[in-house]
Design a protein around this ligand. Structure first.
Ligand code: THU
Length: 133
């Protein structure tokens, strides 16, 4: 597994690809897989605001479209220009709870180098899941 600084740096590079003319709030994500591959995501907005997609989900969906799945993922880094490390939105937490492993580290970062290490269980305890259906 690569060190968290390297994965965060890749998330920072992904952030440069953000399309966020409305919020002007760019977010980047980097999703590391067991085989060493990394899938990037940035937020992509739309003039019809609710259609906007977050960086985290774009990274996950990008990996899925390349044939990867939950068991391949070993770490996720997310970065934004926040005062404290960025906090993923509720929708992304729900998606991660289904598609990202419970035990894998999630590195939340800001541009000042502040990092918080967490996991999806901490971010979304008591999640609604497929097993509840
Ligand atoms: N956003 C993300 O991409 N990830 C987060 O963790 C927080 C919010 C995006 C959504 C929207 O494009 C912009 O940031 C402002 O909410």
């Amino acid at each position: 597994m690569m060190d968290k600084e390297t994965l965060i740096e890749l998330a920072k590079e992904a952030r440069e690809l953000s399309y966020s003319p409305y919020s002007k709030f760019a977010v980047g994500a980097a999703l590391e897989c067991e085989d060493g591959s990394v899938y990037l995501g940035a937020n992509v907005e739309n003039a019809s605001y609710p259609l906007s997609m977050c960086a985290e989900r774009n990274a996950i969906y990008n990996a899925l479209m390349d044939g990867k799945s939950k068991d391949d993922f070993v770490a996720l880094a997310v970065i934004g220009d926040t005062e404290d490390p960025i906090s993923p939105c509720g929708a992304c937490r729900q998606v991660l709870s289904e598609l990202f492993p419970e035990e894998a580290p999630i590195y939340l970062a800001n541009l000042d180098g502040k990092i918080s290490i967490t996991d999806i269980r901490s971010l979304l305890p008591f999640a609604f899941a497929g097993g509840d259906l």
